[in-house]
Design a protein around this ligand. Structure first.
Ligand SMILES: NC(=O)c1ccc[n+]([C@@H]2O[C@H](COP(=O)([O-])OP(=O)(O)OC[C@H]3O[C@@H](n4cnc5c(N)ncnc54)[C@H](OP(=O)(O)O)[C@@H]3O)[C@@H](O)[C@H]2O)c1
Length: 345
């Protein structure tokens, strides 16, 4: 049976590894509510891989968790950090991985084990060996964003080659991954972001067209780009007014892919508008289905990364001691994927 972090602190009879972890101790402002605590990580259970963390990826969900707005978690205390890369230090018998493997994957954050820590557990089914061309920081920021983009664009939309993909929050974590995956799938990608710097970032990472949602007329620009047809798929991690405005430029038979609410509220959907303009909305939660289906997903993502079609667009790299401040900054993130460097050994 998997131990909770609280139980593990008391189970020093099974002590294997000890170290520090950033943990949310109460909901509130990150700098006041995230503490560095001494922890013990016992032997991994079946389905887990224990790693010494080298880098961990960040994103808007960290800010939602600190504020108490993340729907899948209960009350603190719990560890923060949804994804991490590092060296395997322990595996249960029968694992696909071995001690010494360099891996990246999704942490056991839903059980309280986060990646902003010296050690963490990864979910074995959502873990891969680090592709050869990835740096440690790129590996730490790879799993969540690209798994989310895969769920949205391949499983749920689905996006077809030669279609037009409009990506909101395109300089952010999941949006940045959707830009790259959309290009890898053969789509024309229109990236939407809120500053010149972010638009340049999107162009550097493969977007065919860029639109500034603060200064451009978004529906007009999309219709110009698509000769009035509109976007076949809208990838929406932002919601709110930006997403509602973008919907004005959805194509007939289009799909808006509901990923998240970085603006603080979801897109307002109007069933009569969906009926009259012939489009649909699909919700996405990037969680594993069967182990076999999950293996297919990670194999394809690793293959695309191996071939250079996908690479984490690393933005700011933070040090371990900066985690509370880093999480506070996720409500107004700079361009690119924020990554925390945990150890360099
Ligand atoms: N469904 C799933 O399985 C899944 C998986 C991962 C994440 N998510 C969700 O997706 C959402 C985005 O996460 P992320 O990690 O991609 O976020 P992120 O990297 O922080 O990017 C969010 C982008 O949204 C835009 N934005 C607009 N208003 C904002 C505001 N008030 N605060 C922050 N950003 C704002 C920003 O772009 P501009 O400055 O260009 O406007 C920013 O680049 C979150 O709600 C998260 O929970 C869902």
């Amino acid at each position: 049976m998997m131990l909770t972090p609280e139980e593990s602190i008391k189970r020093d009879d099974r002590e294997m590894y000890s170290g520090r972890a950033w943990r949310l101790v109460r909901f509130g402002s990150p700098v006041d509510s995230i503490e560095l605590q001494q922890m013990i990580w016992p032997e991994p259970e079946p389905g887990q891989v224990l790693i010494r963390v080298r880098a961990a990826g960040a994103g808007y969900p960290d800010a939602m968790m600190a504020a108490g707005h993340f729907p899948l978690l209960g009350d603190p205390p719990f560890g923060l950090g949804e994804e991490a890369a590092g060296e395997v230090v322990a595996v249960p018998s029968g694992s696909r991985f071995s001690v010494g493997d360099q891996v990246t994957g999704i942490t056991g954050f839903l059980e309280g084990w986060g990646g902003y820590a010296e050690y963490t557990y990864l979910r074995e089914e959502s873990t891969i060996r680090i592709p050869a061309r990835m740096t440690t920081e790129e590996a730490g920021g790879f799993p969540i964003a690209f798994r989310t983009a895969y769920a949205g664009l391949i499983d749920r939309a689905p996006l077809e080659a030669d279609q037009v993909l409009l990506v909101l929050g395109a300089a952010g974590s999941s949006g940045g991954a959707a830009v790259q995956l959309g290009k890898a799938l053969g789509a024309t990608v229109i990236a939407v972001a809120g500053s010149r710097e972010k638009l340049d970032f999107c162009t550097r990472h493969g977007a065919d067209h860029v639109v500034n949602h603060r200064s451009d007329d978004l529906p007009v620009r999309v219709k110009e780009i698509t000769s009035d047809r509109g976007a076949d798929v809208i990838f929406d991690p932002v919601g709110g007014d930006t997403a509602s405005t973008a919907l004005q430029a959805i194509a007939r038979n289009g799909r808006v892919v509901l990923i998240g609410v970085a603006s603080g509220k979801p897109v307002a959907l109007d069933p009569m508008d969906m009926l009259l303009r012939n489009y649909s909305a699909v919700g996405v939660l990037a969680t594993p289905g069967s182990a076999a289906a999950e293996a297919v997903v990670w194999e394809r993502l690793a293959d695309l990364a191996d071939r250079g079609a996908l690479s984490t667009p690393v933005g700011r790299v933070y040090e371990f001691w900066e985690v509370p401040e880093m999480i506070a900054q996720q409500t107004a993130p700079a361009a690119g994927k924020s990554v925390v460097r945990i150890t360099s050994e």
